[in-house]
Design a protein around this ligand. Sequence first.
Ligand code: PGA
Length: 242
Amino acid sequence: MRKVVIAGNWKMHKTQADASAFVQQLMPQLEGVPDERELVLCAPFTTLGLLVDKLQGSRVQVGAQNIHWEREGAYTGEISGPMLKEVGVRYVVVGHSERRQYFGETDETVNARLKAAQINGLTPILCVGETKQQRDANETESVIVNQIKQALVDINQFNLVIAYEPIWAIGTGDTCAAADANDVIGKIRSLLDNQEVSIQYGGSVKPENVDEIMAQSEIDGALVGGASLMPDSFARLANYRA
Ligand code: PGA
């Protein structure tokens, strides 16, 4: 059975005080969420310990947004797998388009970070997606196939979540048509050895469109930026109507 994973990606938002208030407002709104849905909050490094603590015994898991491939070393500004594991993080976002675009992430470094996540017992959420220009040039499929193939070299597909996030739909309010996202995700699945990998859609998912997105046959969850920042809105996503 493919697992449903609804994950918030807070990006560079929220202090510890903000995170604390968020959890307090969120928890009562999750009581009706079906047990089989996995809920995750991927937060900045400074709030991870606090979130793990506050969410202990709840159904919400905590994720980081990046991981270095080495255990330790002279890599100023980076965080390693053992550090995340010690804090109690369960997931980590790898290869988000903002990291590829602004911080020089490549398919090779994505692959190395995926390995580090798995070695440390974390579940990576591998992000792939095409630019608007690539979509307009009908290159979506080739771009995605390439990203997936390179990212997954020597990666265990039994501890993996993939997020299809068309770059032009991230933070723009411009969602990919649910049926189009479904087609691309079906294509990604056809490249995998393990057909049970959960594949999310990401890019302007919000309370108004989550039900339609989650109704698609190939879509197993959502990776959500903006709409995960308000507790009411994240709760509505978690409570999507199937
Ligand atoms: P968005 O971001 O929901 O704000 O479009 C999604 C993401 O970047 O993961």
